[in-house]
Design a protein. Structure first.
Length: 423
């Protein structure tokens, strides 16, 4: 294992760009990630699904080589290059053997500066995404999840489906894609992540001529989204054999540094810890209402909330929802036991090495620490606080957060069959 990740900056066209780097000589390979803030779903506006279209189009190679030619160039040197879009970012991820670093970065530059943006490829992508949208109409778990997001985050990008709709996808033009990329692929929004058996300075020297061709752009400010405060319930009917129940509530985070370890342990005990968690014990073990159930806290300074889900028999949905609400109410009112606290601490602290075994995992953690304004090393400080956490402090935190009882519920279920009267 190499040294811990560090944060430095490199200057391109007068713009200070953050660089997260960890050296690891475990295998002769390297990782380069370029993360552009401001891309993804948040940029879609009325053109729902544009971020998804861009993600798929950028997987079609460069204009110089075309889709097949670009894929062949990657395959010849066992280079992996992928593109992904999130809520508010567009990322290029490059993995390569140490000896192929220059060629790998050259191919990354090709894709970044001259992607295969043609009407022909756009139509193929739109057809593929439309097929995905149609397939999702029979994914009742997905429909319930989307319904909950629309309840909790109404009129925000979070409420919109990443894939868009059939109608919105049909409206997307090549000009819309180019316009979005021009505003996203800028130096001011860029974060560079490097790792592996590669030198930071020489790698940045290879990237500099490519990145210097990008516009400076404007600094990106991450928006915040708050979950709905007033409880509500909405039902969507479908020809399903089970009831799919998703639920969520606001979670108030005042200071991440002093609260995250408390929220993490509370979340684990209430519902993210699998067997032994409160929600699974009450819903499955004691009452047999569902095969599985979970609750977790999104401990994100920009979008904090609590959410959970379960599946149950059609005739058991009302009882299951009642049990969920009562379990959360009891949790807030009475807190947890010393036994539950110790079990949670043992699991969280014991499983930490598994969560950071690979270089990719460690770089991902360091990036998230930086991106969420926590600072590199935040996770270690959090674990130290969990190790010394006492029951009184944890229960005071749990008792304080009554807002998680303001539960909004999204249900996908079948319509009740009307009983026919006979003579």
């Amino acid at each position: 294992m190499g040294k811990e990740a560090t944060l430095t900056h490199t200057t391109i066209q007068g713009v200070q760009i953050p660089v997260i780097y960890e050296h690891s000589a475990l295998i002769p390979a390297g990782i380069v990630r370029l993360v552009f803030q401001g891309g993804g779903k948040i940029q879609d506006g009325e053109l729902l699904g544009r971020g998804a279209v861009i993600e798929e189009l950028l997987e079609k190679g460069s204009k110089k080589r075309g889709n097949l030619g670009f894929a062949k160039a990657l395959e010849q040197r066992a280079i992996a290059l992928s593109v992904s879009s999130g809520l508010q970012s567009l990322s290029f991820s490059l993995n390569f053997l140490q000896d192929d670093k220059e060629q790998a970065i050259d191919l990354l530059g090709e894709l970044l500066l001259d992607p295969n943006l043609t009407n022909e490829e756009l139509q193929k992508v739109k057809t593929a995404i439309t097929a995905q949208i149609l397939a999702k109409q029979n994914d009742y778990d997905y429909l319930a999840s989307r319904l909950l997001k629309s309840l909790l985050f109404d009129s925000t990008p979070l409420a919109r489906p990443k894939l868009g709709t059939q109608e919105s996808i049909a409206k997307i033009r090549l000009e819309d894609v180019k316009k979005a990329l021009e505003s996203t692929l800028t130096l001011q929004g860029l974060i560079i992540v490097l790792g592996g058996d590669i030198d930071r300075e020489s790698t940045l020297a290879l990237l500099a001529p490519i990145l210097s061709k990008l516009p400076q752009g404007t600094p990106y400010t991450k928006p915040s989204f708050s979950a709905r405060k007033e409880p509500t319930t909405q039902t969507q009917y479908a020809p399903t054999q089970q009831a799919y129940i998703y639920f969520g509530a606001p979670l108030y985070l005042e200071d991440l540094e002093s609260e995250s370890h408390l929220a993490k342990v509370a979340s684990f005990i209430l519902g993210s810890g699998g067997f032994g968690s409160r929600i699974l014990e009450e819903v499955r073990v004691k009452r047999g209402l569902a095969y599985s159930a979970s609750i977790s806290y999104s401990i994100n300074p920009y979008t904090p909330y609590m959410s959970g889900h379960l599946q149950t028999k059609l005739e058991s949905k009302d009882k299951a929802i009642e049990v969920v609400k009562q379990t959360i109410a009891d949790f807030v009112a009475k807190g947890v036991s010393e036994e539950e606290l110790q079990a949670a601490k043992q699991f969280i602290l014991g499983s930490e090495p598994l969560r950071n075994e690979s270089l990719s995992q460690r770089l991902g953690r360091a990036f998230n620490e930086f991106y969420m304004d926590r600072g590199i090393g935040f996770s270690k400080r959090e674990l130290e606080k969990i190790a010394s956490l006492d029951l009184t402090t944890l229960n005071a935190y749990i008792n304080k957060h009554t807002e998680i009882q303001n539960l909004s519920v999204a249900i996908v279920t079948a319509k009740e069959k009307k009983q026919q009267s006979g003579f």
